[in-house]
Design a protein around this ligand. Structure first.
Ligand code: AMP
Length: 279
């Protein structure tokens, strides 16, 4: 695997390696890689002759400085893992490389409200930062296919919308959520859970599954069941909602034949755990 830090180096390298007409797959990450990230790399490798991964802990999407500082950065292990799955290029820029003096920090497209609720409401400015960094990375790498995890469902929809608005020539591919054997969605933040919190955390997946299995019931009933379940001692529920999976708009029982997604974030032991399930 070739590791590059400079924009001009990754661009030159890709230009030289890219065989005319063959596609490039791209997996942007913030590192501290786990099987969830690696499954995105594998999906890209299955469908593209060249796969690029980026690792960049983007400061502009953190509204909590302490969270940014605590974010794990095991770069040597990440490189080993990427080599193990046969990733071709790792782009590992510094903050200055990503955000040169002429960077447009005002870029803030109208995402039709997709960025306002849920993670957007809990973390003001978060999606503005996400959209800016993903747009910049796409302009640098110019991939044909972009692989993003369903794990961050709202982020996936926000990026899809940003790509549509800018008419960027890239296809976005939504990849399934990789889970631990007990159902907990894999996340770089899971290492921060205490042993007791780790034991409690699968309640999120179990609740989502129970909602999915009872999806014929009235939505209000499903919501009150899930919200109660996720407010047990030790859990601090941020939100649990069931919405239109295409645009996160509110739904009532009459709209139940539209695709639905259950979205939740629960804080356990001070760690924010995101999860979701298509119903
Ligand atoms: P992150 O490093 O957390 O920004 O994640 C980078 C990419 O990996 C995003 O597209 C995430 O949605 C995706 N991802 C993170 N965790 C998982 C998981 N458990 N399963 C599948 N994809 C994931």
């Amino acid at each position: 695997m070739i590791v590059l830090q400079k924009v001009k180096d990754i661009q030159n390298c890709l230009k030289n390696s890219k065989i005319e007409g063959l596609s490039v797959g791209f997996v942007p990450t913030m590192g501290a890689l786990h099987q969830g990230h690696l499954s995105l790399i594998s999906q890209s490798k299955d469908n593209n002759p060249l796969t690029v991964c980026s690792i960049f802990v983007n400061p502009t999407q953190f509204n909590d400085k302490a969270d940014l500082e605590k974010y794990p950065r095991p770069i040597e292990r990440d490189i080993e893992l990427l080599e193990g799955v046969g990733c071709d290029f790792l782009f590992l820029p510094t903050v200055d490389e990503m955000y040169p003096p002429d960077f447009d920090f005002d870029y803030n497209p109208d995402l039709g409200g997709l960025d306002m609720a849920y993670e957007g409401a809990s973390r003001p400015g978060h999606f503005k930062g996400v959209v800016q960094v993903v747009r910049r990375l796409l302009q640098i790498v110019k991939p044909d296919n972009l692989y993003m995890g369903q794990k961050d469902y709202q982020q996936y929809l926000v990026c899809k919308k940003m790509i549509e608005i800018n008419q960027l020539p890239v296809s976005i591919v939504r990849c399934d959520i990789a889970r631990e054997p007990d159902g907990l969605a894999m996340s770089s933040r899971n290492v921060r859970l205490s042993p007791e919190a780790r034991k409690l955390a699968p309640i999120i997946y179990n609740t989502l599954m129970r909602v999915k299995l009872s999806k014929e019931k009235p939505i209000e009933e499903l919501l009150s069941f899930a919200r109660k379940e996720l407010s047990l001692e030790g859990c601090e529920l941020d939100y649990f909602d069931i919405v239109n999976a295409n645009n996160l708009s509110a739904i009532n029982d009459k709209g139940k034949n539209t695709p639905l997604v259950a979205l939740t974030t629960v804080k356990i032991d001070g760690v924010r755990l995101l999860d979701n399930m298509l119903l």
